[in-house]
Design a protein around this ligand. Sequence first.
Ligand code: CA
Length: 225
Amino acid sequence: MRILLVEDEPEMVSALRAALKRHDMVVDHAGSLLEAEGFTADSYDAILLDRQLPDGDGLSLVPKLRSAGNTTPVLMLTARGETSDKVDGLDMGADDYLTKPFAFEELLARLRALLRRPAPMQSQFIRAGDLVLDVGHREASIRGEPLSLPRRELLVLEALMRRTGRMVQRETLMEAVFGLDDEIQSNALDTHVSRLRRKLADAASGVTINGIRGVGYLLRETASA
Ligand code: CA
């Protein structure tokens, strides 16, 4: 998971960076609005955004991202506790806020909740082989023909297609498919994958799913004839 941390206080930066790393998150850091604009927000799973930055209100970044079609979840970190400030932030397109000081556990919980939130209805297409996935509308198609899949199979497919050609760890898939709170049958993931694999093969999708027992799965484009 990649996080963009936009924060200017050095102690806060190093504490957050260390804590997020311990939870296997990759952290990039910007210390000002100007620096933050230099990062490609698309490549992050979430943005942690301080409001009081040396060159202005961090919140001003959010409308710019949203108007550019970027939907990366934004969690505001704010020293201001006034309700009006929180409402302003949410109105301007931030997804959630935390008032400093906060417990790291709470930050993590909020991050997880944001990452589980469904993507807004916006078309974003991922392609592999003859398969196209419209992520926003949760629809798969093969050469223009809709491929009807149950929700969990679509989630498996999305997680694999986002990393086509690379092994995706079981834990990553479990989290993508079941979230952190659901009760999970140990073999449920494999069941979803094997159903999905069969449907992809039947539909001559141009992709195959390979697995390594206990490790994960990988979606590959098959060589075209
Ligand atoms: Ca600050």
